[in-house]
Design a protein around this ligand. Structure first.
Ligand code: BTN
Length: 267
């Protein structure tokens, strides 16, 4: 399905090699095993039509029905000394940028790396470091959902959402926002080009470029937020390290490096 993509892609590194799988437990897990098979070029992509055990951040799963999303992992082998700290933020921003620029969608980044359209999550990023110099960058993007998939996702969400005043919104998909299906090969090409730009910026230490890409389209600035177990206040954007800033009731602003983010159900 994607065999001709590398020929037309305008990328320096990402997607020069694409391996397609029909079905797999998780492309991130499959990608972990590849470097052991021998030489794998920087930027190699593994993509599957479906995943039986897609993995998300903080122990969540990633529902991956057949042909209803892009499920891919990019193997990155940055040169020694590269700082990859901003990589997950950079990839979320790359995905949001792709959806805004090419599909006219109001895609926003929910820190650290979710992409939301009309408040619904359509894309998530899972970056794993498997050796000092090898990273697996997993991207799940919900694309062509049937109404059955949408109903399944909504009822699964209702079952798991705790009754805590926290805002739980069911995930979405591009087809729901656009009113029609997208072409996977075209979307994948655009996404890989945007990820390639982000990766090049990281390698060249153009961190300001990445931070600006994120800041332009950041969701929730000025809203009440809870991050992790105990940090709550008002979301005040991100700092130069890409950490979330939370303004607490006493006026102090706390940088937060990681944690699940929930926006409270009030403005
Ligand atoms: C998240 O938002 O929690 C991250 C979701 C990442 C899902 C993608 S799908 C392709 C790759 N393989 C996986 O098992 N996970 C990532």
């Amino acid at each position: 399905m994607y065999e001709h993509l590398p020929e037309i892609l305008r990328t320096r590194c990402v997607g020069r090699v694409i391996r397609e799988l029909d079905s797999v437990d998780s492309t991130n897990t499959a990608a972990r095993l590849l470097p052991e098979e021998g030489s794998v070029p920087d930027g190699t992509v593994i993509i599957a039509r479906e995943q039986s055990a897609g993995r998300g951040r903080v122990g969540h799963g990633w529902h991956s029905p057949r042909d209803a999303g892009l499920y891919l992992s990019v193997i990155l082998r940055p040169p020694p000394g590269s700082s990859m700290e901003l990589s997950s933020l950079a990839v979320g921003a790359a995905a949001a940028q792709t959806l805004r620029r090419h599909y006219g969608l109001p895609a926003l980044i929910k820190w650290p790396n979710d992409v939301l359209i009309n408040g619904r999550k359509v894309c998530g990023v899972l970056v794993e470091r498997i050796k000092t110099d090898v990273y697996i960058l997993g991207v799940g993007l919900n694309t062509n959902w049937t109404s059955q998939i949408r109903d399944e996702m909504e009822s699964a969400m209702k079952k798991t959402a705790p009754d805590s005043g926290v805002l739980y919104i069911p995930p979405g998909a591009l087809s729901l926002a656009l009113g029609g299906n997208v072409d996977h090969a075209i979307l994948l090409g655009r996404l890989l080009e945007s990820i390639d730009v982000a990766y090049t910026a990281i390698l060249r230490k153009f961190y300001g470029f990445i931070l600006r890409r994120v800041q332009r389209n950041l969701f929730g600035v000025g809203r009440a937020v809870i991050i992790g177990q105990d940090t709550c206040g008002v979301f005040a954007g991100i700092n130069n390290d890409g950490h979330a800033l939370v303004r607490r009731e006493d006026g102090t602003v706390l940088p937060v490096q990681s944690g699940e983010v929930h926006f409270a159900d009030r403005d």
